[in-house]
Design a protein around this ligand. Sequence first.
Ligand SMILES: [Zn+2]
Length: 466
Amino acid sequence: METGGNSLPSGPDGVKRKVSYFYDPEVGNYYYGQGHPMKPHRIRMTHALLAHYGLLQHMHVLKPNPAREKDLCRFHADDYVSFLKSITPETQQDQLRQLKRFNVGEDCPVFDGLYPFCQTYAGGSVGGAVKLNHGHCDIAINWAGGLHHAKKCEASGFCYVNDIVLAILELLKVHERVLYVDIDIHHGDGVEEAFYTTDRVMTVSFHKFGDYFPGTGDVRDVGYGKGKYYSLNVPLDDGIDDESYQSLFKPIMGKVMEIFKPGAVVLQCGADSLSGDRLGCFNLSIKGHAECVKFMRSFNVPLLLLGGGGYTIRNVARCWCYETGVALGIELDDKMPQHEYYEYFGPDYTLHVAASNMENKNSWHLLEDIRAKLLDYLSKLQHAPSVQFQERPPDTDIQEADEDQVGEDERWDPVSDMDIDDQRRPLPSRVKTEFLETEAKDMVDNMKEDEHNREAESRHSQGPLA
Ligand SMILES: [Zn+2]
């Protein structure tokens, strides 16, 4: 099938891109439960916007094949995966010890279809990595993925399996070095932890730091052993705007690309860093957020774009739709086309929304200090490490519903993969605040409907977790 992407006119940086986009029409039906801020429906809203903006015809659209148990076990513990596979809302009362052990039940509830949901979002990310490895596309997109908090044997922060770690493991079969960049408002702790002691994966996370979930991501946490200076953290404060954000993102990522020279880049595009997010406290516009995509795309390195957080769902759909356009090199009209979720986007029915006038607590002095620290760390990595790959392990062939995919039964070989958890660092204690945050915001949301409670609302939203 002709994929369309390579016949596009040149993008702003003068290079055509071939894009594979992973979407499962079922994904929007999964439901975390009443009042829970994580809504897989936002993925379906994004897809509807893409369809009505006419972007699907410019991409290779693929239905991900579900990740199998053994695929998930490449990173996750066997007993954790079998727990996810077997637990149901009906049986959970008999499994209280297991629920506690695997941190399932509160932030990460048991819901109908939990396991197939995990298989679907992980299947999209690993499938994207396989497409990139084969050179079938320049950019692969899975907006259902990006669940960066999941740990080897523990759910965390609305994430159950870590599709990002699984996708990076797949990319490492072909690429000596893989770069992970995380622009979600929360620290990309699960991915950082998985690769904390290796120099083959560099992780760079830009996040709110200080009295905020998950509590990790200090600028002084830089990796350990061989991995020292291969984990970078950019701690930010409330209200950061486009200009402040890019004053760090571009110089840091420019230097990372120059020094680390990755063979592939994974960009987690969590949209809870946007202005007006239900759980977030940054002040980025969609264009400011998408500037990160534009910038990483400009290096012409195979790129995997993933979703992540994002709790004001109309803005999540706007953002990921616009960023799909950026991937394709197509600028979208601000006036939104009519579609099935059109009423979500009133009263303006535009793609872009203005950032707010909230205070930016990141002073230029503070930003300059962080930039200098990170550039100093990077200067300690003189040049790309010379890790040589002897042999390419077989691909994971999670098959997509796709006509040009080879049908050979080539399976992945667990013993040929690098072992990433023999030197795991001790777990820092984590403050579980995301659920509390959620409840506080729920309260605020309910109050919003009641004009009489305007004053009380602003008092509640000023809490330490808001
Ligand atoms: Zn987040």
